[in-house]
Design a protein around this ligand. Structure first.
Ligand code: MEV
Length: 396
């Protein structure tokens, strides 16, 4: 990352695309090479697309924007976002500007531990399953490690085992194996471990072997972020009160919590898509986490402080900076360059901060003028004016 790298570029929104690229280059965010590539259209070649998935016939486009003003753990970040919904990029940038004035976002992520499940049915004496497996923990972890030598060479690998009895009468037991996957997203790694361990587990447990697959609820791969925001930046104490009330509403009501979380995921997903992450997995994990207590809850909460608000969020986030489409897709490689991130844990903190910013922007708009009066209307008007009417006789 260049020393000049800064996420503060005033008036970015009002500039032409060429002027925006000029500003990003001047701010040390884009290299000349990355700029040339973006000017040539960016995206994905048909040849690479044809290698990524099946039955390819064309490329599906999405706008690529950048969210500005982010300062996360003391470092500026320009966040690439691929999204079709108007106002997501602007809202995250505006909220990041308000938070920046109070010191930016702060956060940390746990180790990159993913979990695979091995399922057994008809296990005899299911209640005794943990006692039959756990004494062999070290041997089993070593066997798992043996299946992923490229991970263990780099100091990663199997870390722990758990045995969960899901239905004693039916003998349904699942063994969880927790694997540090380093900076990879890690799905293939944990699936490999689960398959490698299954025969040894079956010898110990008996019963019928079932699935061997990761869980997207990666509770050992968590991220936590928080920020302060001053009420003057928000537009006054009544706005801060309104946001705190909106947060409480989400804490009390599932119908509100789900929409609150959708607003949180708006920014997180947009950045995740630009960065080639498995956003379906992130979504699945986030919503499962939200409901883990038995009641679906907001991923983020906002509390009143003496002069503003404190926001915080916690969720599992299985993201990777190596492997998967992070290498194959040039647009994703460029997005990583632009963001200047190398480690998966750093990426998790950035994505969760973008989520918190999106959530703040949505609650502020809702607590003030209402969402239709805000960015949505402006952007939607601009968008729909530029879309040609459908040909006569076509479906609406
Ligand atoms: C729209 O994409 C997201 C919001 O509905 C989120 C929210 O209600 O908090 C505005």
């Amino acid at each position: 990352m260049s020393d000049a790298y800064s996420s503060r570029i005033s008036g970015f929104y009002d500039r032409t695309i060429t002027e925006r690229l000029d500003a990003l280059e001047a701010n040390g965010v884009l290299t000349a090479e990355a700029r040339a590539w973006l000017e040539a259209g960016g995206g994905l070649s048909l040849e690479v697309a044809d290698m990524l998935v099946e039955n390819v016939i064309a490329i599906h486009g999405l706008p690529l924007g950048v969210a500005l003003n982010f300062c996360i753990n003391g470092r500026d970040r320009v966040v690439p976002m691929a999204v079709e919904e108007p106002s997501v990029v602007a809202a995250a940038s505006n909220a990041a500007r308000m938070v920046r004035a109070s010191g930016g976002f702060h956060g940390e992520a746990t180790a990159n531990v993913m979990t695979a499940q091995v399922q057994f049915d008809d296990v005899p004496d299911a209640a005794g399953a943990p006692a039959r497996v756990l004494p062999h923990r070290e041997r089993l972890l070593a066997r798992g490690d043996g299946a992923i030598p490229r991970m263990t060479e780099r100091g990663f690998g199997c870390r722990d085992l758990e045995v969960r009895v899901l239905d004693e009468a039916l003998g349904v037991v699942t063994v969880h194996v927790h694997v540090d996957v380093g900076d990879a997203m890690g799905a293939n790694t944990v699936d490999t471990v689960a398959e490698a361990l299954a025969p040894a587990l079956q010898e110990l447990l008996g019963g019928t072997l079932g699935l061997r697959i990761l869980t997207n609820l990666s509770v050992r791969r968590m991220v936590r972020v928080r920020c302060l925001v001053d009420q003057e930046s928000l537009g006054g104490s009544a706005v801060a009160d309104g946001i705190a009330r909106a947060s409480r509403f989400a804490e009390l009501d599932v119908y509100r919590a789900v929409t609150h979380n959708k607003g949180f995921m708006n920014g997180l997903d947009a950045a995740a898509v630009a960065l080639g992450q498995d956003w379906r997995g992130l979504e699945a994990g986030a919503h499962a986490w939200a409901s883990l207590s038995g009641r679906y809850r907001p991923l983020s909460v906002w509390r009143r402080t003496a002069d503003g608000l404190e926001g915080s969020a916690e969720l599992p986030l299985a993201v990777g900076t190596v492997g998967g489409s992070t290498r194959a897709h040039e647009g994703v490689r460029r997005a990583f360059e632009l963001l200047g991130v190398v480690e998966a844990r750093e990426l998790a903190v950035i994505l969760a901060s973008v989520g918190l910013a999106s959530n703040l922007a949505a609650l502020r708009a809702l607590a003030c003028e209402g969402i239709q009066e805000g960015h949505m209307r402006l952007h939607a008007r601009k968008l729909y004016q530029s879309v040609p009417p459908p040909p006569k006789g076509s479906a609406p």
